[in-house]
Structures are given as C-alpha cells and as structure tokens.
Ligand binder design. Structure first.
Ligand SMILES: *Cc1c(COP(=O)(O)O)cnc(C)c1O
Length: 402
C-alpha cells in the first residue's frame, strides 16, 4: 500500500496522546553543554519552576518533582500516603484507572475497583454507595483519573469532591492529570483535589522524563503520620529542599529543566484560560469531523456525550482491522502517526485492530489539526472505508469561528 508519497519527505507529525509534539524552542533550550549542578543558573531555574508548575496546577499547595514517567508519579503519590493494608477506592473508566490500582496493589494496598466500563464517566451514585458502605473509614484514598487516555473519557473531579464531602468521607482525593494538565480545565484547589500527579511529556510539551506530585496540607498531614516512607519517593525533602540536590534526591534532570523552563514560559505567556480555550476549539473541530465521517460509515467516537470527552485526546472506533490499516497508511504515506487503541481490546485479539486514538495535547494549532483530519480523510478514502462527506468543512467551520 505505497504511493508516490511513501518516501515521506517533510515534517512528520506524531499525533498520539503522549509523548506529544515538542516545540522547537523547548528542544533548542535543551541543546547545550552540561551545566554545573552545584551552583549557578540551574539552581535558580529549579526554584523558578516551582511557582510556575503550581500555577499550571492551579494550587497554592506543594509540589515534589521526580525523574520518572507517569507511573513514577503514581507510585510517588501512593508511597507518601498509603501503607500496606490500607484500602483505596478506584473508580475506573479505562486502562489508566486499572494501572494506578495495580500500582497500589503492588505497594500492599487493599484495592477496591469500581469499573464503569470504557464508554461513560463515573456513576456518582455507585461511588457514593461504596464510600457510605465504608463506615470504618478504611479507605485512605480515592484514586481518580481525570482524563483516561485509553478511552478519552473525562471525569468530574469537582463532583467527586462534593460527593466525598456530602458523604463525610475523610479519604484523600488523588487526581491523575497526566493527560489533562495543560489541556483540559483543571483547578486543583478550587475543585478540592488533595493530591495531583502529572508528567512532563503530554500537555507540558517536554520529552518524557520528569513527573510531579502536587499535594495540599491535608495530604501532607497523612504523609507525616506514615510510620515509614521510602527515602527516594519521600515528597518532603523534594518539596522543601534545604540543598539543591534534595529536589531530586541526587543528580538533577539538568536538560529537562531547561526544556521545562521554556515550556513554562510558553504556557504562561499564552495563559491557562487561553490554553484551555484553544484545546477546546481544536477538540470540537476534531469531533465535528468525526461525527461527519461517522454519518455514513463505521467510524464512531468512543464517548457519545461531548461533556464527557477530553479536549486532549480522542478515542475512536472503526471495524477491525480498519483502524490498524488506517494508522499504517497515514504513517507510511503521510508521515502522520495516529495512536493505537490502548486497552480497548486485549492485545492479540483481532478486535484490537478496530480502535485508534488521536492526541491533540500541548503544542498543537489549527493548521496541524486540519492536516491531521485531512490525513485521516485521505486514509479512509485510500482504504475504501465508507465515511460521510463534509468532515473537513465541518472542522474548518469550527476553526473559523475560533
Ligand atoms: C500517559 C498516562 C499515564 C502513564 O504515564 P507514563 O509516562 O506512560 O508512565 C498515566 N495516566 C494517564 C492518564 C496518562 O495519560
């Protein structure tokens, strides 16, 4: 299935939901000689990142930085708050909820999963029932994935807080914003999340390698009551370092700090509200195109209700093996890489080839999204996958309206 385009000159586009597109300015900031890690610029940069990260998270609380991916942030949050034998409640709407639950199990927690499937957000009544049934308050934390990247379902963190307050349950509300931070609206303090975990390689536009645990004083009190916290994952010295090396319990991720400094300048130069508005407009353009394609073919948005969809990632359904064929075609002929259908069917199952995802997080603009959608349209056409007309017109109208 090659064409005159299969030589793939030109700029490639990795439209998967993380790692995301990296700005040239971020890469250029990282392209430099190794700095002194005992004094000078790098020390000041590290300190400057703290308030800027907290502004992205919308919190006046604390932040601990780690060298690691999102899984490291999951483990860090748990290592500071959950002891072996403690119960945690995990309302899951996709693979990442189960992943965080698995991490808690590995640390010896008693994990209770409420599985809400792969196509709809949390059912608040079931969460309320589980919390009410816990009369002895054995549940120490609710592990809440804001946007589950496998399904593109966006859950309502503020509503979960309201529900926990109504039930009067003292568990910590811990939010996974690894996909959503810097893309979907998230307000850590206003929404009442006690802990929030994030990585640098999605909305924050930096190569994978750094992660963050934000926490409030309530969560810190839980940390201080722990009989033992692993030295490496302990958030206390990282959030309150007396010496520079304590931020990372060893050598700092030097080049990531330059990249993240530039990313923070870009993010706060644009402004959080404008970033959220941009992601929403671009997501709506994608949804408009997908709805038009679906009106006349098998393509279907995984999440039916717009209010339940993330503005950072879109999970889509086709008939197997069309999704894999489409991903292969756009990659081989256009240099456009679409995301795999993570967690929607077991790997090895033929149904696995019926799902794919689009990442639209971070450093994306209207022409990239129009290019992404045009590439999919070309692929559907090349592969003779039936699809409705007018998808690009519909997307252009959304972009034109701003
Ligand atoms: C990407 C992601 C993770 C895992 O992050 P890694 O860097 O791959 O370890 C966890 N949760 C969510 C919601 C994610 O999007």
């Amino acid at each position: 299935m090659t064409s005159s385009l299969s030589g793939r000159p030109g700029r490639e586009y990795l439209a998967i939901p993380g790692p995301s597109v990296m700005p040239d300015a971020v890469l250029q900031a990282m392209h430099r000689a190794a700095p002194n890690i005992y004094a000078g610029e790098i020390v000041d940069i590290a300190a400057s990142l703290v308030p800027d990260l907290k502004r992205v998270a919308r919190t006046d609380g604390h932040v601990a930085m780690y060298i690691g991916n999102g899984h490291a942030a999951w483990e860090a949050a748990l290592a500071n708050t959950v002891q072996p034998g403690d119960a945690v409640l995990v309302p899951a709407t996709g693979r990442f909820g189960h992943g965080w639950a698995d991490m808690a199990e590995g640390l010896g927690a008693e994990v209770q999963i409420l599985d809400f499937g792969k196509r709809a957000p949390w059912d608040m009544d079931q969460i309320a029932a589980a919390l009410r049934a816990d009369t002895g308050h054995m549940i120490k934390a609710v592990l809440a994935v804001h946007v589950d990247t496998s399904t593109s379902i966006r859950n309502d963190i503020a509503a979960l807080r309201a529900l926990m307050d109504e039930v009067g349950h003292p568990a910590l509300l811990m939010a996974d914003c690894i996909a959503s931070l810097g893309c979907d609206v998230f307000e850590m303090d206003a929404w009442g999340a006690d802990v929030m975990v994030a990585g640098c390689q999605k909305g924050l536009m930096v190569p994978p390698g750094m992660c963050f645990v934000f926490f409030n004083d309530k969560a810190d009190a839980v940390r201080r009551a722990m009989p033992r916290v692993s030295r490496y994952w302990d958030w206390s010295p990282r959030a309150n370092p007396e010496e520079f090396y304590m931020y990372w319990n060893g050598t700092a991720p030097t080049h990531h700090l330059y990249g993240l400094r530039t990313a923070m300048d870009m993010i706060h130069g644009e402004g959080m509200k404008d970033i959220w508005a941009r992601h929403e407009t671009l997501a709506k353009a994608i949804w408009a195109a997908c709805e038009a394609w679906g009106d006349g073919g098998p393509l279907e948005l995984n999440v039916a209700d717009r209010g339940d969809r993330s503005c950072a990632v879109t999970a889509l359904r086709l008939e197997a093996p069309q999704a894999t064929a489409l991903r292969d075609w756009t990659e081989q002929n256009l240099g456009l890489t679409l995301g795999i259908g993570l967690g929607m069917a077991p790997p090895g199952d033929p149904a696995w080839h019926g799902f794919f995802r689009l990442g639209h997080m971070g450093h994306v603009n209207g022409q990239m999204i129009m290019g992404l959608l045009g590439g999919i349209e070309a692929g559907l056409t090349a592969l003779d996958v039936p699809h409705g007309a007018g998808a690009l017109d519909a997307a252009a109208r959304v972009i034109a309206a701003g």
